[in-house]
Design a protein around this ligand. Structure first.
Ligand code: SF4
Length: 397
């Protein structure tokens, strides 16, 4: 038996990839150990220059505390990203689907099955789709993840059932471009999958991770509204609120389309990603983004200062000074904090179901953060009594 640790950087898909490797190592009879393990797995991210830097740093740190380090995930497939690291670091360049087998095969199985020891029991991320066939001009993900492909619906639904049986209260369906989900043979699209997964006995809450606005159809919204355990939360990347910038990014929608499609999601908590400091973003374009964020009723904005990625069509373009990117990031985060607070204040005196995922904290049905004392892992009815800078303060009702 070997001891191991698994860390990940980046998005929910990276989280699920790391989790798959972790479970595979458990299944082979190895044991998790946070420090001084025989081997460490670092599932990496390459979405920004900063993400690659942190991934390298994590791999270097792991190489000091573990005998052997496996670097997996998006950045591992980026040529040269881990050159010059210590000799005990192995870069696994295979697609995410093959990484668990490659790591486990290299470590060696001992055949003692102890599959679900130590799993996080609150929330499970279930990957239904991987890769992306879009071609946003700034994005490195299609290069490292390949074209869009979906898992079979029966495999996804079996995994959802297994997660619920393991005690997970919430399941999040994730993918790199989730709305592309299709199992043509079984006749499933994402809307069908939501209805089927949402009918899993014992499931407390079903959420979707990120969704492109072009996939936000009436059919999908209908499935989300009509399936009782589905969270009324949508994370729909905007990236910019300026048509000229969207066009230069190679995004497949205009501001008007974004607003028209998200307007249909009345009552949903809408969150987003925005890139600031894209090469043709000037002050006027940035102000358009601020206006669109407000007009769409977006609450939480994940702000990404633009950084050119190798191999993309904007790899050599980065004219916006770092100080302007910092300034725009701060202004957008301030706007986002104000919008969150307004949504939270509107809930004062109301009740909601809160999934407590850490001591004293959890998330309401619409993914608003709550501060609440209850057992970790419990889904409790709570009343909103106040609002702080960090979320809605609640008492179990
Ligand atoms: S939709 Fe665009 S930004 Fe998102 S992964 Fe695909 S290419 Fe990248």
């Amino acid at each position: 038996m070997a001891t191991f640790s698994v860390d990940f950087l980046g998005c929910k898909v990276s989280h699920t990839d790391a989790q798959e490797i972790r479970e595979r190592l458990f299944a082979d009879g190895h044991a998790e150990k946070e420090t001084a393990a025989d081997l460490a797995v670092v599932n990496t991210c390459c979405v920004t220059h900063e993400a690659v830097r942190k991934s390298r740093q994590a791999a270097r740190r792991a190489a000091r505390r573990a005998g052997r380090v496996y670097v997996t995930g998006c950045a591992a497939r980026l040529p040269g990203a881990f050159d010059g690291l210590p000799a005990n670091v192995r870069v696994v360049r295979a697609p995410s689907e093959r990484a668990p087998d490659l790591v486990a095969g290299d470590v060696g199985a001992i055949g003692c099955v102890s599959a679900d020891i130590g799993l996080d029991r609150v929330r499970a991320f279930v990957k239904v789709q991987d890769g992306c066939s879009f071609s946003c001009r700034f994005c490195v993900i299609p290069q490292v993840r390949g074209a869009s492909r979906s898992r079979r619906a029966d495999a996804v639904l079996a995994e959802v059932r297994r997660r619920v049986e393991q005690g997970h209260r919430e399941v999040v369906l994730t993918g790199i471009n989730l709305g592309c989900y299709r199992d043509r043979e079984a006749g499933f699209d994402l809307a069908g999958l939501v209805r089927a997964a949402g009918a899993t006995p014992g499931l407390g809450r079903l959420r979707l991770s990120s969704l492109e606005v072009n996939h936000l159809s009436e059919r999908l919204l209908g499935a989300m509204r009509e399936t009782p355990c589905v969270s009324p939360h949508l994370h729909v990347p905007l990236q910019s609120g300026d048509d000229r910038v969207l066009e230069a990014m190679g995004r497949r929608y205009t501001v008007a389309t974004y607003l028209r499609r998200t307007e249909r999601a009345t009552g949903f908590n809408l969150t987003t990603d925005v890139i600031v400091g894209f090469p043709n973003e000037d002050e006027r374009a940035f102000k358009n983004t601020l206006r669109v964020v407000e007009r769409a009723g977006i609450t939480r904005v994940h702000v990404f200062p633009y950084s050119p990625r190798p191999g993309t069509r904007t790899a050599n373009e980065d004219p916006v000074p770092p100080s302007a990117k910092r300034d725009r990031s701060v202004r957008l985060r301030v706007a986002s904090a104000g919008a969150c607070k307004r949504r939270w204040l509107a809930k004062l005196g109301c009740e909601d179901f809160v999934l407590v995922d850490r001591p004293g904290r959890g998330y309401g049905n619409d993914y608003s953060p709550w501060l609440l004392e209850a057992d970790v892992g419990s889904l409790v009815r709570a009343r909103a009594t106040a609002v702080s800078e960090e979320g809605i303060v609640g008492l179990a009702a």
